[in-house]
Design a protein. Structure first.
Length: 276
């Protein structure tokens, strides 16, 4: 199993990979550019290539995360900016050798016409991927809303992927806190989640897991990450059900948890608990 965490690109893409290695991680996540901007970044190809080479030499797997303003249900005045930014994220991540770019599932834009939001997602994904020829994939992440909110079910994520023109260029990212907050996974029903995931062709395309505990109970709808071992509602035995899933044995698990303890200590504890 591969465990890792989110790292900074303050020292560049190669610096991010080196930082992950120092933490004894085997996987890492990074923002490809300013996390608060949709601006297109003219990145240093040599730095990205060095990152890719370092990861290959050290057995590291990387994934990037789109900036916070990114949404695949953009308003009309931000649509072009989102599409250009997301394509730029793919270019950077491909150059760094990353397996994918995580992007959050879209939001409900019209309560009187819920299907309009899904149609918008599909159109935006099609536009981004129309000319994309790289190996790096867009990875759709489940939302954390109250049960019944948009983007909280496996069926929704799988259906959006299937209805695009380029499903082969799309995979998934499962956030455990989001799944718990929405009651997709309540800590006791992993067997049901697995069955639905296999039936919907979701687990077969699940490329990364955001490994987060939750500061609030299942079904709260609140996206508040907690430390895996210290202060969350998801119990260690419940995480074990997920860890033992045979379909996830080669899937990287990325921590996005608060720094209650050092990342190196937490990663080490993950390997001690579930690494065999």
């Amino acid at each position: 199993m591969r465990f890792g965490c989110h790292v900074s690109i303050k020292e560049g893409y190669l610096g991010a990979a080196i930082q992950a290695k120092k933490l004894r991680a085997e996987a890492f996540q990074y923002f490809p550019k300013n996390p608060r901007s949709l601006s297109v970044k003219a990145f240093h190809q040599s730095d990205a290539s060095a990152c890719k080479e370092f990861c290959l030499e050290n057995g590291l797997v990387s994934v990037s995360h789109t900036p916070y303003p990114t949404t695949i249900t953009p308003t009309d005045n931000k649509r072009n900016a989102v599409i250009e930014s997301l394509y730029n994220d793919l270019e950077i991540s491909e150059a760094c050798g990353s397996i994918g770019v995580v992007v959050h599932f879209g939001k409900l834009r019209n309560r009187h016409d819920p299907l309009a939001s899904y149609h918008l997602m599909i159109d935006v994904l099609n536009e981004v991927l129309e000319h994309w020829e790289g190996d790096c994939k867009i990875l759709l992440e489940n939302n954390a809303g109250k049960p019944g909110s948009i983007g909280t079910t496996i069926e929704e994520l799988a259906q959006v992927r299937k209805l695009t023109n380029y499903p082969e260029k799309i995979g998934f990212c499962l956030d455990t806190c989001h799944a718990y907050a929405s009651s997709l996974w309540d800590g006791t029903n992993w067997g049901e989640v697995r069955a639905v995931g296999l039936k919907q062709d979701y687990l077969q395309h699940l490329k990364v897991i955001h490994l987060n505990n939750s500061k609030f109970p299942a079904g709260s709808g609140k996206d508040r990450h907690a430390n895996i071992f210290e202060d969350g509602y998801i119990e260690e035995t419940q995480f074990s059900d997920l860890m033992k899933c045979m379909e996830l044995q080669h899937t990287p698990f990325i921590l996005e948890t608060p720094s209650v303890i050092s990342k190196e200590i937490e990663i080490s504890r993950l390997y001690q608990t579930w690494g065999t």
